[in-house]
Design a protein around this ligand. Structure first.
Ligand code: SF4
Length: 353
């Protein structure tokens, strides 16, 4: 088959498959919605794209509804105190996204008159919007002919064309090949169709090639090597870090503090604790960092939490006190009012066992 003919066919069959089987997502404008007059709202699309970075659609959807209910427009979000936004985000993880979300809302509301820039290049200037997100928003909202490539798309293209350069080095080649196929006419639908193909059919394990509209052209399928793509450089073992938290309870309140603004979990709340080190400290050494001298009890179990670049083992100390010292004392029934990341919720849960 001639290259141009094949490209036309790849686009046509993928879009036909999407028209018939594309997922209905709360933020998605399906072709039939568009025919009925619906148009994509950049604020809603931007929120969904930021929330779905490193998070599944199922986990992100309730947060998306909650945010829109609390802050129906980008101006509302910009005018909300940042701590309130972080609290509403708690549980979704990767908290730099929430800090950038608020920063971006402030810029759009105060410097762009409440309107998102109407091009991929313009969107790229905003905090928290990288190449993938800019391409997705520009194509979905304004039909700009962009080239949307995320992890799902990398997998599909590397299999379709059997790209042998391992990731991350192979990203450039995959991007180039994806750009050749991208449909300039129905750019937004095409990008969403390709993401659906990656997440629903061309899965990392057991791809459903029998249901795939691109099976006719897929080199990896023809060779029977689907799961061997994308090729990857051997992963380094994730290092372990160690630390401790000091859970102090006074009646029905516990002591919390706010983390520094920069760095991991920046601006979130935490149970006071130690630095996280590569070497495990003894119990006696950890206790030197306790906020007060008490008869601290140590929990038998540790909290184990996996971050992208390391695994954290957290020792949990507990103590009951009769009087509140200076600091933020949170009522145990009202912890949802605080921006507590999952790690800290796990530590609190363990301390209460
Ligand atoms: S044929 Fe199979 S391996 Fe190839 S793109 Fe489709 S689902 Fe993926």
């Amino acid at each position: 088959m001639k290259t141009s003919q094949e490209l036309q066919q790849l686009r046509a069959v993928l879009l036909a498959h999407y028209d018939k089987n594309g997922r209905s997502l709360p933020w998605r404008i399906r072709p039939k919605d568009r025919e009925a007059g619906a148009i994509a709202d950049p604020y809603k699309i931007w929120l969904s794209e930021i929330m779905c970075q490193q998070t599944s659609v199922t986990a992100a959807a309730p947060f998306w509804h909650k945010f829109l209910q609390k802050w129906p427009s980008v101006d509302d979000l910009a005018n909300a105190p940042r701590d309130e936004v972080l609290t509403a985000w708690a549980g979704l993880g990767y908290y730099a996204r929430a800090r950038n979300l608020h920063k971006c809302a402030c810029i759009v509301a105060h410097e762009y008159g409440g309107q998102f820039p109407k091009s991929e290049q313009g969107l790229l200037k905003l905090p928290g919007i990288g190449p993938y997100t800019a391409a997705a928003i520009a194509s979905i909202c304004w039909g700009e002919a962009t080239n949307i490539v995320d992890g799902n798309v990398e997998r599909v293209i590397s299999r379709l064309r059997m790209v042998d350069i391992p990731l991350p080095k192979g990203k450039g080649e995959i991007h180039r090949l994806a750009g050749k196929i991208a449909d300039p006419q129905r750019a937004g639908d095409y990008g969403q169709a390709l993401m659906d193909l990656g997440s629903q059919i061309c899965k990392p394990r057991n791809p459903k090639c029998g249901m795939c509209p691109w099976a006719f052209a897929c080199k990896a399928k023809e060779a029977g090597f689907m799961e061997e793509y994308p090729k990857r450089l051997k992963k380094q073992k994730r290092p372990i870090r160690y630390g401790a938290v000091f859970y102090m309870q006074c009646g029905s309140k516990i002591l919390l503090r706010k983390r520094a603004d920069k760095g991991l979990l920046g601006g979130m709340m935490e149970v006071p604790g130690t630095e996280w080190t590569l070497v495990k400290q003894t119990i006696d050494t950890l206790l030197l960092s306790a906020p007060v001298r008490r008869n601290w009890q140590v929990c038998e179990q540790e909290v184990v939490h996996v971050f992208t670049h390391f695994t954290l083992h957290l020792t949990v100390f507990t103590a009951q006190v009769g009087k509140e010292q200076a600091g933020i004392w949170a009522h145990l029934d009202r912890l949802d009012d605080y921006a507590l990341p999952s790690l800290m919720r796990k530590a609190i849960h363990l301390a209460q066992k």
